[in-house]
Unconditional design. Structure first.
Length: 318
């Protein structure tokens, strides 16, 4: 008796596993103590149109007051991803950073240190802070959905390493890179970054700093919100309010907004609506008190958060 034909056996379908969504407990960093100058310098980070990096350069001058100014320059403008990666590095430097003396204690080095001081006070910290981590960990802490790809972060790091800064006060000048040192190992995914002396001074509390909530950084989805969020954090303390004009908010995203034609400026104002909406979704209170005028209140610090000495409020114009 012939055997019945075997019924075709279909191969089991390969079901791709859903990507694990990081939970709050997966994050190590709650906040960043950022340098206020890097947060408030107009145009240091801004909206960039596709292809603009090929034709534009970075050139920003910022008057700090009291006769002090800082100039940033680089071969390419810095955008939202650069801002986000730098926030992550600063946050990681808080609990993980290692102080790296910029100059050894030699006679020549002491002469350089003397040149960096004004009336016995240093222009900025003379040390740098080192972050030793990985692309994967940095990507996770700043909220990247795909932490397995390092290209975006690597591009940001190398773009920021090319940026130079010059601080001038009372006729004395000092220069440094936005990122003092940078090294990586693509095979192992390891990362080594030394922050500049000014960022280091903010992290250790030697100069005025800006407190940035990393949960908010990870929550933001709209790129333009990143520019506005960092600028507002730069001069609004947690739980406090400031008055801000719509024109000012537009310049946080497009620094040359006041030079644009009427049609472009109208588009800019329309594009701020999702920005303000996203800020409200994170707990920021935005109240309209006139045409193009807002009273913006920043969320209070969580009760469980480590208490940091309160800094002086920034004189950021609104």
């Amino acid at each position: 008796m012939p055997k019945p034909p075997k019924s075709p056996v279909s191969k089991p379908k390969t079901v791709s596993k859903p990507k694990a969504v990081p939970q709050p407990s997966d994050y190590e960093l709650d906040y960043a103590m950022h340098d206020s100058v890097h947060c408030l310098a107009p145009g240091l980070f801004r909206s960039i149109t596709p292809g603009e990096r090929a034709s534009s350069k970075l050139k920003v001058d910022y008057d700090l007051g009291d006769g002090e100014r800082i100039e940033f320059s680089g071969p390419e403008p810095l955008g939202a991803d650069d801002l986000r990666v730098l926030q992550g590095l600063v946050a990681m430097a808080g609990p993980r950073g290692v102080i790296l003396p910029e100059f050894p204690d030699t006679a020549d080095a002491m002469t350089v240190r003397d040149l960096m001081e004004i009336h016995g006070k240093p222009m900025i910290s003379k040390d740098g802070m080192v972050v030793k981590s990985s692309y994967k960990q940095l990507g996770r802490e700043i909220g990247y959905a795909d932490v397995s790809s390092s290209k975006t972060i690597k591009d940001c790091l190398e773009r920021m390493w090319k940026v130079s800064a010059i601080v001038e006060k009372d006729g004395k000048r000092m220069g440094f890179r936005l990122l003092s040192e940078y090294a990586s190992d693509d095979n192992k995914g390891n990362l080594y970054v030394a922050l500049n002396p000014r960022l280091t001074a903010a992290i250790v509390g030697d100069i005025r700093y800006t407190h940035i909530d990393m949960d908010e950084v990870r929550t933001i989805k709209v790129k333009n919100t990143r520019f506005v969020h960092q600028r507002l954090c730069g001069f609004i303390d947690q739980g406090k309010s400031r008055l801000v004009r719509l024109d000012t908010i537009c310049k946080y995203i497009w620094p040359d907004d006041d030079l644009a034609d009427a049609e472009t400026r109208k588009k800019h104002r329309t594009r701020t609506k999702p920005v303000l909406k996203e800020l409200e979704s994170m707990g920021w209170l935005i109240e309209v008190y006139g045409k193009g005028k807002f009273k913006i209140t920043r969320p209070k610090a969580p009760e469980s958060e480590f208490k940091i000495p309160r800094r002086k409020a920034s004189p950021e114009p609104v």
